[in-house]
Design a protein around this ligand. Structure first.
Ligand code: FAD
Ligand code: NAI
Length: 328
């Protein structure tokens, strides 16, 4: 019998690939360095309720993704979020409504990957540091020195800068991953005891330290005890303030928010800062996925297509498709 397939990363890309392989009757094992699935779609449990610190919502434009999102909706994993949208330019807020359908997981973003993972075998708190090949098959090594294997094939579904060293056995793939720059994002959550006196529920921001702000509790199914907000700094600001302490980041972004929002902003009763080191690829690509089918090594993730949830899901589908194609 063939050994199973290893999938490294339980973000949306890794789980998208894993679902296709599982449905095709392949045996798989998943690995993730975090405590749970979701990656950049994960939500943070906190005393202010569950907070979407990474992906805020997603859009579906590709026919295949539109279809799967409809299935997710039928199963109750996602619903539409229709925020009262604003735009801020040169410090001026203006309403900016549109017809775009925007989806969120319920009751939090990570509900989607939790449901996709279901009963698939996964090992968490396990950072893979090496992917190496024996005579015929692959083995993995983790940061604690444990080894896993053998595996017939390996799919690496993690951000490009982290994937590069794991792709060392396939220098062409490693070179492609190494060419992808990814930008950081500082994310800050604020919680207020009484609701801020504003109609804003989502706001695209230009020419500011901020890039986006969202009233987290305006999303369906969220805890309404505190008026919670999530602020994202721009890539440029995040890069320039990469090593600032969480407290200093909260102070600065809270200040920018208070200036922008146009109503009284009291001191928050809850604050949290999270730094996403590899938040978004600096450019889109048309790779779909990276593959060395003869070796049995594949890479996928948002960085192979667009730096969005949809791109990551499509990339996972493509990696699994190419792997299955080679098995036939
Ligand atoms: P990831 O989600 O990064 O998954 C990779 C997984 O691999 C992680 O779980 C990680 O823990 C694990 N991992 C990494 N290295 C290792 C290792 N060595 N060993 C084991 N496990 C490892 N997209 C949208 O469409 N709409 C948005 O509004 C939006 N907003 C965003 C806001 C922020 C702040 C960020 C950071 C991202 C946002 N995105 C948004 C982008 C979206 O979240 C990503 O495109 C998508 O989630 C990427 O999925 P992925 O599976 O490719 O990677
Ligand atoms: P989308 O269509 O809602 O937004 C795409 C872009 O169009 C926005 O960034 C914004 O600039 C503009 N836009 C859309 N609607 C607008 C409106 N009503 N008023 C003013 N501007 C509007 O969603 P899509 O294409 O799915 O993009 C995903 C979002 O995720 C983007 O906003 C992107 O910036 C964000 N993202 C953030 C990351 C981060 O690290 N902060 C990483 C990856 C994505």
């Amino acid at each position: 019998m063939m050994p199973p397939i290893a999938v490294i990363g339980t973000g949306i890309a890794g789980l998208s690939a894993a679902q296709v392989l599982h449905a095709a009757g392949q045996s798989i094992e998943l690995f993730d360095k975090s405590r749970g699935s979701g990656g950049r779609m994960a939500s943070k449990r906190s005393e202010a309720g569950s907070l979407d610190l990474g992906a805020q919502y997603f859009t579906a434009r590709d026919r295949r993704f539109v279809e799967v999102v409809q299935q997710w909706q039928t199963r109750g994993w996602v619903t539409q979020w229709q925020p009262s949208l604003y735009n801020a330019q040169d410090g001026q807020l203006s309403t900016s409504p549109d017809e775009q359908v925007r989806w969120v997981g319920i009751p939090h973003m990570s509900a989607i990957t939790h449901a996709m993972l279901d009963t698939l075998p996964a090992r968490f708190n396990c950072r893979i540091t090496e992917v190496f090949r024996g005579d015929r098959y692959w083995n993995l090594l983790d940061a604690d020195g444990n080894s896993y294997g053998p595996y017939s094939q390996v799919i690496i579904a993690i951000p490009a800068p982290q994937a590069t060293s794991l792709l060392a056995a396939a220098p062409k793939l490693a070179g492609a991953a190494a060419s992808v720059a990814m930008e950081p994002t500082w994310s800050v959550a604020l919680g207020f005891n009484s609701a801020l006196d504003t109609r804003v529920e989502g706001c695209f921001v230009q020419d500011s330290s901020l890039d986006w702000l969202a009233r987290n509790h305006s999303k369906p199914g969220r805890n309404k005890q505190l008026d919670t907000w999530v602020l994202h700094a721009s890539s440029a600001w995040s890069r320039q303030h990469l090593d600032l302490s969480g407290e200093a980041v909260i102070e600065q972004l809270h200040g920018a928010f208070a200036e922008l929002i146009g109503c009284a902003v009291p001191p928050p009763s809850f604050t949290l800062a999270h730094r996403w080191l590899y938040a978004r690829p600096a450019q889109s690509h048309q790779w779909g996925a990276l593959a060395d089918a003869d070796l049995g090594l594949y890479a996928c993730g948002d960085w192979c297509l667009s730096g969005r949830v949809e791109g990551a899901w499509l990339s996972g589908q493509e990696a699994a498709r190419r792997l299955l194609e080679h098995l036939q």
